[in-house]
Design a protein around this ligand. Structure first.
Ligand code: ADP
Length: 202
């Protein structure tokens, strides 16, 4: 089998992580998006829906057959055991799909698989399946500006999300490679990604 680099990619909200993920695919990497896989399990008739209904009741499933996210958010916010129960349903499904997509990418001859995992540092379970961790780092003020531009969230809402995520220091400590996405242009960022991509087998 050819050698494959399993590259974990993470960064705080608005750091530019998704942008870097996209740039890496332009360099030939396969991309596995952990958030998208997780959301898919709880979309209409997703693989987690039956187990969620059995554990939490049909009130948590909308008439369309998807997870009632607002209702579940309220519950897990107040009840850590409910959060653990939800995670113990969703995580193994995400893991199985990650393994499946990894095998497909390897069979397709990809040399680098990027795992876009927003909470990679927070959720320790990812590290053992990765060869390297790439962190997109960004000054907090810029994170806030970028997220305010792209979403309807207020500054306070963004600050609350940032406070719930790993700190900048914790994330940098977990990094094998850091891309600093400060005030450079998107073109400059793309140049930087091209420049370092040989380190990831690209
Ligand atoms: P994340 O995935 O980390 O939340 P994104 O990659 O979606 O962040 O970036 C957040 C927003 O900031 C996007 O709208 C993106 O286009 C923009 N952005 C990211 N990096 C830069 C940059 N260097 N210059 C200008 N805009 C940027």
């Amino acid at each position: 089998m050819h050698s494959v680099m399993r590259l974990g990619l993470t960064g705080g909200i608005g750091s530019g992580k998704s942008t870097v993920a996209h740039l890496l695919t332009q360099q030939g990497a396969a991309l596995i998006d952990a958030d998208a896989l997780s959301r898919a399990t709880t979309a209409a008739h997703g693989s987690a829906i039956k187990a969620i209904e059995a554990r939490f009741g049909s009130a948590f499933i909308t008439p369309l057959g998807e997870l009632d996210r607002a209702r579940m958010r309220t519950l897990v916010y107040q009840d850590a055991s409910a959060r653990h129960a939800l995670e113990s349903i969703v995580h193994p499904l995400v893991q199985a799909e990650t393994t499946r997509q990894t095998e497909i990418a390897i069979q397709a001859g990809m040399h680098c698989i990027v795992y876009d995992v927003p909470l990679l540092v927070e959720a320790g379970r990812w590290r053992s399946q990765l060869d390297m961790v790439l962190v997109v780092d960004c000054p907090p003020e810029l994170q806030i500006d970028r997220v305010m531009l792209r979403s309807g969230l207020t500054r306070t809402e963004i600050e609350n999300i940032m406070a719930s995520q790993a700190s900048r220091t914790q994330r940098l400590k977990a990094a094998d490679v850091v891309i600093f996405n400060g005030h450079q242009t998107l073109d400059e960022l793309a140049g930087e990604v091209r420049h370092i991509s040989h380190r990831f087998g690209l």
